[in-house]
Design a protein around this ligand. Structure first.
Ligand code: COA
Length: 297
């Protein structure tokens, strides 16, 4: 599918994406590459990274794979340094690595809770922390002429409350908070824009397979009428928008890309019934306004 953006909007930029070897991370890496960026993808599994890099390179994209776990500060540091060593600079950091599984709060161990916060929230902060000196305007090497930018992948789970997602809801609430705090501090001090994307259910991803297993798919529309699966490309287009000049005045915002799903509520009354009932209720309230005794009418 043709891109709505010009193919050079990220020309000369270098992007580092955590969890970039598969799923949404890989699609973002691909689209960044197709729009002119060189990309470094970080992940824990070498064979996934190797095959992702081969696919990117086969499309003419300058790409490297760097093994590492965002939970380890030494890995974060090494990956950032290797990216700059290889490409000479860093302009865009995408914090996409995340952990998830369905579990009731009662059955979740404190270590399970901590593990997800370590990956999503602490991992995001650690990567930002290690990348800062290169994202600063005029940072070491051929640093960005204006400040670089950060995109944090979040969720909508914590806008209300989500069943069996207490760990991820807490972790992504922290990510959104990081997005705003860094946007304020680093936007002011270093001209770095920090934004987020909150994806809805995206087809063909581990996250969606874990959260909406096939066994419950058919029931989903009953309680989420706006339920519609998105595509990885939908998230990649939002990331391109935020990372490119198109988003140059956007800072501290998390864009929801979910087809409106988080607003979904089961319909409690059919549309035809509401017309009829509304008139009946109107008539009733005119005949007996609240607080006015019937004898006074
Ligand atoms: N239900 C309940 N608890 C679970 C669980 C599940 N399905 N999966 C893991 N846990 C708990 C473990 O029991 C453990 O806690 P404990 O020590 O008290 O028993 C803790 O979480 C850590 O599990 P472990 O398997 O050691 O962690 P890990 O570092 O190998 O893997 C995960 C991290 C669990 C987040 C794993 O799912 C992962 O690597 N995910 C990355 C990919 C992903 O989830 N992508 C989707 C993103 S939306």
């Amino acid at each position: 599918m043709e891109s709505p953006f010009k193919t050079d909007i990220l020309k000369g930029k270098v992007a580092l994406l955590t969890g970039g070897g598969s799923g949404i991370g890989f699609e973002m890496a691909t689209q960044f590459g197709k729009h002119g960026a060189s990309v470094a993808i970080m992940g824990r599994r070498k064979h996934i990274l190797d095959s992702a890099v081969a696919t990117l390179q086969s499309q003419g994209i300058q790409a490297i794979g760097l093994e590492g776990d965002v939970r380890k500060q030494e890995d974060a540091n090494r990956v950032v340094e290797s990216t700059v060593k290889h490409f000479g600079r860093l302009d865009i950091l995408v914090n996409n690595a995340a952990g998830n599984f369905l579990v009731s709060a009662e059955d979740l161990s404190p270590n399970g809770f901590r593990t997800v916060l370590d990956i999503d929230s602490v991992g995001t902060f650690t990567m930002c922390h290690e990348a800062l000196k290169y994202l600063k305007k005029g940072g070491p090497g051929k640093g960005p002429a204006s400040g670089g930018t950060i995109v944090n992948i979040s969720a909508t789970l914590h806008y209300t409350a989500s069943w069996y997602q207490i760990h991820v809801s807490a972790a992504k609430a922290a990510v959104d908070s990081l997005t705003r705090s860094l946007a304020l501090e680093w936007g002011t001090d270093y001209d770095i824009r920090v934004n987020g994307i909150a994806p809805g259910p995206i087809g063909d991803t581990v996250g969606t397979r874990k959260l909406i297993p096939d066994e419950i798919k058919s029931k989903t529309r009953e309680y989420m009428p706006l339920y519609k699966m998105g595509e990885k490309r939908d998230i990649a287009m939002a990331a391109l928008y935020l990372a490119s000049d198109a988003g140059k005045y956007i800072n501290g915002t998390t864009i929801v890309v979910d087809g409106g799903l988080w607003l979904s509520r089961p319909r409690h009354l059919p549309k035809e019934a509401v017309k009829e009932l509304s008139r009946v209720v109107e008539k009733r309230s005119r005949e007996a306004p609240i607080g006015v005794p019937k004898s006074k009418l």
